[in-house]
Design a protein around this ligand. Structure first.
Ligand code: NAP
Length: 393
């Protein structure tokens, strides 16, 4: 790691410029103050989304992808995707073209953030969601299209499966390779970070050869590659009298719909989750809501070489350019990025400053409207309050 890495940044659409500008100031200040000025980030603006379309006639210009490939770590703001037509999600395209197969979402509560549950502090998860396969692979055909008709015909005549002729068709591919590399990353993380368990989330009771296989492949990775660091929940009961052997990560599995209620009812029994693409998308938003909502939840899109960090929320176009929304999720995406760079000091400093500012009830509208006695500030002023903490103000 150089002391002055070049980091491409996509500002994004809607509120993207507001939150990324606030975040990059806070991240830069954390890096510089924690290293006594020795380190700094050289931000490299790269276009994507509506601005890129307007300026270059391309939503995701080749040089943007090349820059991320070359500099391997990048930060982005949210990008707009139209519903039910138009172009495919740029986020999905980025994940697929750069092979960012693990969507990683740490979900923990920041003291003071209003939450709909009684004990938000009991939830402290890292969700590893597979991000290139499943029904998000983008293999689908519109109702009435020649492709959909042909698929329906093949299903009826070659597989004896009847599908209504007015159906749209989508496919759900889930491979052993794709599932295993995701679970491997989740287990590696749990082992390296002293986490207690990895839960394989699946809907294998219904979709046996995709979701069921995900569960089976997950257990195989644990058994074949982490035998001396893991133990299954069955083995804990059968061979260890219900007590987890020292230094072992417990591997267990839960059916996806049950997982939603488990997170509400017994959140402290879960630690790292490994999920297929669709259920992971739902679960991580639901879990984020439990600790205060999308405005405070970051995510990382991580492949074997490249990592791209972002907030979970979208571009909320109605607030664009108003200096109003919460930049916390984008800033915490920066914390994940700093951890990924190995700049732990800066990461801790930044996260603690965010916590302190929120605990002092200096917050943006989304939190202010749910808190007693809060001082409401705009996006930029929230970042200023964080930076002031670094200078002991
Ligand atoms: P959204 O942009 O996340 O906004 C939904 C609501 O969440 C907002 O109206 C606002 O609630 C709240 N919110 C979101 N970000 C916030 C922030 N930083 N601070 C405070 N409140 C925040 O979701 P959407 O309206 O469904 O999606 C809009 C566009 O974003 C779509 O084109 C979608 O495809 C795209 N999107 C992109 C990404 C990504 O780039 N990774 C992710 C999700 C969605 P209130 O109105 O209650 O204040």
């Amino acid at each position: 790691m150089p002391d002055d890495p070049i980091i491409p940044i996509i500002e994004g659409d809607g509120i993207g410029p507001d939150v990324t500008r606030a975040a990059r100031r806070a991240i830069s200040a954390a890096v510089e103050t924690s290293s006594g000025g020795r380190r700094r980030i050289v931000w490299f603006d790269v276009p994507a989304g509506e601005t890129a379309l307007f300026r270059y006639g391309d939503l995701l210009p080749g040089p943007t992808k090349d820059a991320i490939r070359e500099y391997v770590v990048a930060l982005k703001g949210p990008l707009t995707t139209p519903v039910g037509g138009g172009f495919r999600s740029l986020n999905v395209t980025l994940r697929q073209t750069l092979d960012l197969y693990a969507n990683v979402r740490p979900i923990y509560w920041l003291p003071g953030v209003p939450s709909p549950v009684t004990h938000p502090e009991r939830l402290n998860l890292v969700i590893f969601r597979e991000a290139t396969e499943d029904v998000y692979a983008g293999i689908e055909w519109e109702r009435g299209s020649p492709e959909a008709k042909r698929m329906i015909d093949v299903l009826e005549h070659q597989f004896n499966v009847r599908v209504r002729p007015d159906s749209g068709i989508g496919l759900k591919p889930m491979s052993e390779f794709g599932s295993k590399r995701l679970v491997r990353r989740a287990i590696r993380y749990a082992v390296d970070h002293g986490r207690r368990s990895v839960t394989l989330v699946h809907k294998g009771n219904i979709m046996k050869y995709t979701e069921g296989a995900f569960r089976q492949w997950g257990y195989e990775v644990a058994r074949d590659e982490f035998a001396d660091r893991t133990v299954t929940s069955d083995e804990v009961l059968r061979s260890h009298g219900g007590k987890v052997p020292e230094g072992r990560v417990v591997i267990k599995d839960v059916i996806a719909d049950n997982m939603f209620q488990q997170l509400l009812l017994r959140p402290d029994e879960y630690d790292v989750l490994a999920t297929p693409n669709l259920s992971g998308d739902f679960l991580s938003d639901a879990a984020a809501a439990q600790v205060g909502g999308l405005g405070v939840a970051p995510g990382g899109n991580i492949g074997d070489a490249i990592a791209l960090f972002e907030p979970i929320h979208g571009s909320a176009p109605k607030y664009a350019g108003m200096d109003k929304v919460n930049p916390t999720a984008e800033i915490l995406a920066g914390v994940m990025m700093l951890e990924h760079l190995g700049w732990e000091d800066a990461a801790v400093r930044l996260r603690e400053a965010v916590k302190a500012v929120i605990a002092a009830k200096v917050v943006t509208y989304d939190l202010a409207r749910q808190m007693e006695g809060a001082r409401e500030v705009g996006t930029a002023a929230f970042a200023d309050a964080i930076i002031e903490r670094f200078h002991g103000a």
